[in-house]
Ligand binder design. Sequence first.
Ligand code: AMP
Ligand code: GLY
Length: 424
Amino acid sequence: MNILILGSGGRESAFAWKIAQSPECQQLFIAPGNAGTGKYGKNVNIKVTDFEGIGQFVLANSVNLLLVGPEEPLVKGIHDYFLADERLKKIPVIGPQREGAQLEGSKDFSKQFMVRNHIPAAASKTFTKDTLQEGCEYLATIGLPIVLKADGLAAGKGVLICSSVEEARQELNEMLIEAKFGDASSSVVIEQFLSGIELSVFVMSDGAHYKILPEAKDYKRIGEGDTGLNTGGMGSVSPVPFADAAFMKKVEDRIIIPTVEGLKKEGIPYKGFIFIGLMNCNGEPWVIEYNCRMGDPETESVMPRIASDFVELLLGVAEGNLDEKELIISDKTAATVMMVAGGYPGEYLKHKTITGIENVRDSQVFHAGTYLDNEEIKTSGGRVLAVTSLQDDMFHALQQATADASRIYFDGMYFRKDIGFDLL
Ligand code: AMP
Ligand code: GLY
């Protein structure tokens, strides 16, 4: 079969690497892809939100399955677009329709969904500019620190953690009245702070059945020791030692089953990934957020641990028989170190030549923000390369990924050398 992956990051590189290994996959296309995805399939120069262009390409190239990497096309309704077209509706899309994608596209929707389905989450209320006064009063009642979340998609920047009521009041005002995050902050969720250690849990669902993929831990801050500005993610590790069988049983019983059942009960079709951002508070799991896609850089640590055929699992999602498919997970540990451009997550350097990838010894290099300039690989994004090593134990995976990242060079490059060492 022919498969098209939408996206251009490290996540899509890891998908492409895994899918290209499947005997089920004949032709693989990645739109738009990057300098690395061209090794696994054919890059196609179409934007992920150009639904018309994607639809035409799918028909012209007999694509049999569309795997959507990022959230934006899902929240904008690419799956609905396919279902509404006579010629496209038989081609399965992996990723929910617009309504299900609201789990990520609207924090208010996802909080209400959790309340309706008794899923453990921080207490919260949602306010708009018409209820600003009530919002300010609520701020004083929930304890410090206070979490403010722009309701809509804000490119990962829409969550603020405020250490005083005064600061929160000011930020709330900026979000609601001054449109700090544009339309995304026309509604704001005010939420209690959860204190604990975070992890990412991934579920594949065909709308009726589910499979739990390997969990992972993501390192979001730019600096070592988890300091400095938030980023898209500087590295990841899978498995997560504290997510033992007892903890994961709580996650499944209290969160995963009520989520899948809740979607079913509420008549929300859902074929795709559910990414649950969790806080482990003294051994109890609480939901921080849902995403309607896989995580990045978590996917770069999750894919290498899936020992079975990933295309078979995608077909299970498409055909509604995921329960009949086999998911084999490797006992090994995968560690991912993200190499980023100088200046990231602020204004960052671009068009720097990357050398030394051929010197990597025992890791996979998943490209993210890269492009080919004649024969040279150059940087284009803030997050440039994800270096993943799969080893028998966590120490060796971390050591190998870090050592292999050191073998690669581009001007201004930076990576954290402490990913995962807090878990050892
Ligand atoms: P989100 O965009 O919802 O993933 O939030 C970004 C980050 O903010 C999360 O990864 C957490 O580190 C933090 N965060 C969000 N909500 C809470 C909360 N209720 N308590 C503590 N930290 C939170
Ligand atoms: N690594 C977090 C995310 O993909 O949102």
